[in-house]
Design a protein around this ligand. Sequence first.
Ligand code: GCU
Length: 424
Amino acid sequence: MIKLSTLILLLAVAAIPQDANYDEAKIPAFVLPDPLICSDGAKVTDSQTWMHKRRPEILALFEKQVYGKAPDAPVIAYDLLESDARALGGLATRKQVRVYLIGDKKGPFMDVLIYLPNKTQRPAPLFVGLNFYGNHTTIDDPAVFITKSWVRNNKEFGIVDHRATEASRGVRASRWPIRRILRQGYGLATIYYGDIDPDDEGRFDNGIHPWFYKKGQTHPAPDEWGSIAAWAWGLSRAMDYFEADDDIANERVIVMGHSRLGKTSLWAGATDKRFAIVISNNSGCGGAALSRRRFGETVKRINTSFPHWFCDNFKKYNDNEEALPVDQHELIALMAPRPVYVASAEEDRWADPRGEFLSAKYAEPVYQLFGLQGLPSDEMPEVGKPAVGTIGYHIRSGAHDVTLYDWRQYLRFADRHLHEKGMK
Ligand code: GCU
C-alpha cells in the first residue's frame, strides 16, 4: 500500500514541469540581438539616434511580437470617492480615487488607493504598483474599500466565489511597508490589477479589452494587447490622474511591480516615459529574464500556462526563442536614460535570477550612450550585495516574494537618483 504522504509527494513532483531546465551547462548557445544595430544595419553611436530611430524600432517589435499594442490614451474622468487628511494616526493623507478608464462614468473603472506623507512638502514623489488581491489587502486600514471585481479564489485569504471579503484586509501588508515608505518622504499608490483586466485564463470577454473591440471582434488581434499590456495601460491611466493631482509630483513617479506585475511595471516603463524610475521585482520570464536562456520558465511554458498574458504573436516563439527579434535586455534598455532596478531572489529559480542580472547588464551599452554608468558589476553580485548605478540589481536570500529588504533597496535607489537630479 502506498502511504498518503508518499502519494502527495509523488503528485507534487508530477506538478513540477518536467521540461524546466535548472542546469547552466544545459543552456543552449545563443546570440542576443544587438540593441545598438538598427534594422537597416546602421550602428547607433549617440543618444539622439537611440531615442529617435532605434528605440522606436525596438518598442514596436515588443509591441507587435510580445505584449501587443494597447489603444491610444483616452481622456479619463475621475471621482474622489473618499479622503482623510489624518489617516494612519496622522502620518498620511489617504485618497481613494475612482478612475474611469475610457472617460465615461458609466464605463469601466479602477480604484486608486493613495497615501501621501503629511510631514514632507507637497507635491510628494510617489511609488505606484498594482496588487494581486485588492487594495484592502495591502494595509490594515479599515477605511480602504473592498473591490467588487473578480478576484482569484484563495481560501487562506478568505476569497471565495471570486469575491474579496473583509477577511483579506491587510493579508498582503508585508509586501507593502506603507508606513516606512511614508516616513521616508514618499507617497504610495496601489491599484487592484483585476479592476483593469481580470487575470482569468484565456478570457477576453471581460475586463478592459471588449471596450475597444471593433464591430464583431471577440478577441484581440495577434498583435493587439494581452493582459500584461492592459495592466500596464491601466498604470498609465493612473499616471494621467497623478498629473491632475497637485499633491503628487508627477515627474517623480516610480513604478514598481512583483512577478507578473513586475513584467507589467517594465512594460509600463517602456511604453510610458512619464514613469521616472522603473522597478522589477522577481519578474522572470517575459519580464527581466532573457528568453533565450530557456532557464526555469520558458516562452512555451508561460504561453501555455497563461495564454492571455502576451499577444498571440508571442506564441510563434514557443520552443523557438532564437527567432525572437528582441530579447529582454532590450526591454530594460527602453528605460534609458531613466533609472531602472531589477531584483531577484535566490530561491526563485523559476524566474532565472542570472538571466535577470544579464538582461540588466546587457542594457548597459544603451545607458553609456547617455554618458551614464550602467550596472557597476561585470559578475553577478553576491546574495545581499546590490550593485547600483543608473541600472540597479540585487539578489537577496529567500523565495519569490517582496520583502522589506527589497523595499529598502528601492527607497535608497529612488533617494539617490532623485537627489542627483536635485528632485529630493
Ligand atoms: C507564475 C508564472 C510567472 C509569474 C508568477 C507570478 O509562477 O509562471 O511567470 O511571474 O506566476 O506572477 O506570481
